[in-house]
Ligand binder design. Structure first.
Ligand code: ATP
Length: 226
């Protein structure tokens, strides 16, 4: 394999695995998709670099597919806990250097970590958190970088409109940093102290979770779309 770090093995081609695999291909990576269900394999063939019908809980089947040669494997099986855990342990035994596994519950996640997954993701839980934040105030999107630190996308609060970021003293008064800004109908640009805020602008801010959330909940003169 010429460049193993560019090679991805995605096991389980449901909504999460299929979307993830298709995105990796769109980014220019080679992806081998594996699913036990022929229908899923057919649906994804043509979209991914390679798609194979196989039972990923079988060490022999995974060995034959050359699973050990991949830089990264993603276990995107959720509902079938046994298959998710067995598949992860097979990949650990084969020595795959980076294994990312999807969990549906916290105990499931803990087991995947114990078995040896290098990273466990909780797509449903994380999406619930993001959507909850988008329902509060003018927050459009929310991304938790750490339990105590977040990135928030929000409509410009009324009290900033007509001021530059320096004049508004956003760091001192709100404890956040404006990372980038987008005018209505325009595109994002980096924010500088001279950047002037206009009504309807969208801001991406970084800061301590509580402070970034509070900033996103300040009143605006424009209603964000739901
Ligand atoms: P999603 O929400 O991503 O659609 P899910 O969380 O409901 O999926 P599952 O339905 O358990 O997860 O699995 C996703 C995919 O994994 C399915 O297409 C299923 O056929 C496949 N899969 C399940 N078990 C195995 C296995 N042992 N080997 C290979 N693929 C499997």
């Amino acid at each position: 394999m010429a460049n193993p770090s560019k090679e991805f093995l995605v096991i389980g081609l449901g909504r999460f695995g299929g979307g993830l695999a298709g995105t990796l291909v769109g980014m220019g990576h080679d992806v081998l998709g594996v699913d036990a269900d022929q229908k899923q394999v057919q649906a994804l063939s043509g979209l991914l670099t390679h798609v194979v019908e196989a039972d990923s809980t079988s060490e022999e089947a995974m060995r034959q597919l050359g699973a050990a040669d991949f830089g990264t494997a993603v276990v995107a099986i959720g509902t079938d806990l046994e298959a998710s855990i067995l598949t992860t342990s097979v990949l650990v035994d084969l020595g795959v250097p980076k294994i990312v596994a999807k969990a549906v519950t916290e105990p499931h996640g803990r087991i995947l970590e114990r078995v040896g997954a290098h990273r466990v993701v909780f797509p449903e839980r994380d999406m619930g958190i993001r959507v909850a934040h988008s329902l509060a105030g003018s927050i459009l999107d929310y991304f938790q970088l750490d339990p105590g630190f977040a990135l928030v996308e929000t409509v410009a609060p009324k009290e900033l409109v007509g001021k530059t970021l320096a004049e508004a003293e956003v760091r001192r008064r709100y404890g956040i940093t404006v990372v980038c800004i987008k005018p209505e109908g325009g595109s994002f640009t980096y924010a500088t102290p001279e950047t002037a805020v206009r009504e309807g602008d969208v801001l991406v801010v970084a800061g301590e979770t509580r402070r970034a959330e509070s900033f996103g909940e300040l009143p605006t003169s424009v209603r964000p779309s739901p």
